[in-house]
Design a protein around this ligand. Structure first.
Ligand code: NAD
Length: 358
């Protein structure tokens, strides 16, 4: 099994290193052969190749079984524009790998309920999966442009979806719902946007044709934003487009108290991309205090996809055990209530418990 590791920038390399050594340890115990190859992405690739995602890295990614990515971006590259921005590299690899569905699970365990910005009784029972369309919509839609003189400019982007694009991501959402709570809530803005009206029609048709046994509901995105913070436990699978999914999944991410807990998987093509939801966190980079859990859980999703659910389960058990022992990195630490640990110490605790769970 060949894994391409793209640590990226900021805390990316810190959390990637811990994750790769965890995977190596668990794979060795299980007799699974994992080969890791490293390359640059984002700002690191701009420095090294003058390109945030050169074609050589894309070729390596396509020849791998999965790609593990840390995070990209940072102040150093903020002055760059267009295709030279670190984030453009991310958009490019997602597009090139054809990973059109982004899966973001958000489950708030009992031991973390008090870290949530919501009251414990409001957050209790939250266990949702946000399925976001990733390669279409307004982030890619043409035409787009900016014209005119300073002070009198005009700019526009286009939100565009085809039936095929909506169907394939909806199919992913329905399929995952069947493995979970059997409910899909499709989020759109069909009261205003024509593109959302097509979205809703296509989801309804697919539901009737292929997944009548799954419970389907629809919600406008403004209401969904509200419901996410009022009663998040009502959701099982949320299906939505690229722009709405970007915003809602970050809102959902904060429910657990830290971005540092949230994994993601981007699937749909032959090679999946597994990365934490958080960015490169330049404010804490290099301090050894980043939370490695999001990256570790992303690796668990990868091992599941690579048909090694026992390794995935061991990583999850390791994370649960570390959290239940009261260990917390700085982002989640509560003075007098939890034990503050470094990135390395947190990963060590996960590794130890994961190994004994395997
Ligand atoms: P961010 O996710 O990097 O950080 C937001 C806040 O959360 C910061 O206070 C940070 O310290 C904290 N945080 C994030 N991950 C953490 C972790 N694992 N442990 C502890 N705390 C953590 O978002 P931002 O500050 O808006 O962006 C910083 C840079 O990252 C920018 O250049 C942005 O473009 C980029 N970015 C990249 C990705 C990606 O690579 N997928 C996603 C979002 C932002």
């Amino acid at each position: 099994m060949n894994i391409l590791v793209l640590p990226g920038d900021g805390i990316g390399p810190e959390v990637c290193n811990e994750t790769v050594s965890t995977l190596e340890l668990l794979a060795k115990k299980k007799g699974v052969e994992l080969t890791f190859r490293d390359d640059h992405a984002g700002g690191a690739a701009i420095d090294h190749y003058q390109d945030p995602m050169p074609d050589s890295v894309i070729t390596k990614a396509k020849a791998s079984d999965a790609v593990l990515l840390g995070a990209v971006g940072g102040e150093k590259w903020d002055h760059l524009t267009g295709a030279m921005r670190p984030e453009s590299g991310l958009l490019k690899i997602r597009k090139e790998l054809g990973v059109f569905a982004n899966l973001r699970p958000v489950a708030v365990s009992e031991s973390l309920a008090d870290a949530s910005p919501l009251r414990p009784e409001a957050i209790a029972g939250t266990d949702m999966l946000v399925v976001r369309e990733l390669t279409g919509g307004i982030y890619f839609g043409e035409p787009r442009g900016r014209s005119g003189e300073p002070g009198n400019e005009e700019a526009f982007s286009t939100m565009r979806y085809t039936t095929a694009e909506i169907e394939r991501v909806a199919r992913v959402a329905f399929t995952w719902a069947k493995r979970r709570g059997n409910r899909v809530c499709s989020v759109d803005k069909a009261n205003v946007l024509v593109v959302s009206q097509l979205w809703r029609d296509v989801v309804n048709t697919l539901h009737k044709r292929e997944f009548p046994e799954v419970e389907l509901s629809h919600m406008y995105v403004d209401n969904a934003a509200m419901q996410l913070v009022v009663r998040p436990s009502q959701f099982d699978v949320i299906l939505t487009g690229n722009l709405f999914g970007d915003i809602l999944s970050d809102a959902a991410a904060t429910l657990g108290g830290s971005l540092g807990l949230l994994p993601s998987a981007s699937v749909g093509g032959p090679v999946g991309l597994f990365e934490p939801v958080h960015g490169s966190a330049p404010d804490i980079a290099g301090k050894g205090i980043a939370n490695p859990v999001a990256m570790l859980l992303s690796a668990a999703m990868m091992m599941e996809e690579l048909q090694h659910p026992e390794i995935a389960a061991a990583i999850r058990a390791g994370v649960d055990s570390a959290l239940n022992q009261g260990l917390r990195t700085a982002d989640l630490h509560r003075e007098g209530k939890t034990t503050r640990v470094s990135t390395r110490e947190m990963a060590d605790a996960v590794r130890e418990a994961a190994l004994s769970a395997l």
